[in-house]
Design a protein around this ligand. Structure first.
Ligand code: ADP
Length: 187
């Protein structure tokens, strides 16, 4: 699992890592956007929170994550991106994984300063990247992030990675912690 702020680059790193390991990349942001595009019931319920930069309520998010993790392509592992974002979601994830007979191998924290997050989001230009939504997303992030990081540190799963600098350099750092984190050797 990767955790980091909006614009931290965790999504990019998650895609690369998943490709490298040959396991699915599961991004709750992507799953929500896909549901919004397809106009599903879940998408319709989630849209106003996404547009506002707020967290989609847990009763919507929980089922979506459980269904995705229960797909057979996760059997060899998965990279989770954008979930959990709160301690409550971390507890929910523990329950989902336990019911599937799985466990989390590592929580990779991609660390980026606030100034850099702001600059990257300003440059990106996605639908939900206008100034007001970005400000709310950063506020939402800060409300939950420290406590989530503390939780994963307490349970011994946390690995810190410096997320600033070249994308390639960050990817090397992520891969560097990976054998330690999971006992797997990356190819
Ligand atoms: P970013 O990391 O840049 O904020 P994401 O694509 O991960 O972008 O998420 C976009 C939006 O999707 C969030 O602002 C939020 O509204 C919703 N979302 C994504 N993941 C979650 C989650 N775990 N819980 C609740 N809402 C979420």
């Amino acid at each position: 699992m990767l955790l980091g702020g909006p614009g931290s680059g965790k999504g990019t790193q998650a895609v690369r890592l998943a490709e490298h390991l040959g396991v699915p990349h599961i991004s709750t942001g992507d799953l929500f956007r896909d549901n919004v595009e397809r106009g599903t019931r879940l998408g319709l319920r989630a849209k106003r929170y996404i547009d506002a930069g707020e967290l989609v309520p847990d009763d919507i998010t929980r089922g979506m994550v459980r269904d995705r993790l229960a797909q057979p392509d996760t059997e060899r592992g998965f990279i989770l991106d954008g979930y959990p974002r709160t301690r409550q979601q971390a507890a929910t994830l523990n329950g989902i994984l336990a019911s599937l007979g799985r466990r989390l191998a590592a929580a990779i924290h991609v660390r980026v300063s606030d100034g850099e997050l702001r600059a990257r989001l300003a440059a990106r230009g996605r639908d939900d990247d206008d100034a007001h939504t970005v400000a709310t997303r950063l506020r939402t992030f800060h409300r939950y992030h420290a406590s989530l990081v503390d939780y994963y540190r307490e349970v011994g799963l946390l690995h810190d990675v410096d997320g600033e600098g070249e994308m390639e350099a960050v990817a090397e750092r992520v891969l560097g912690i990976f054998p330690k984190a999971t006992g797997f050797t990356t190819i």
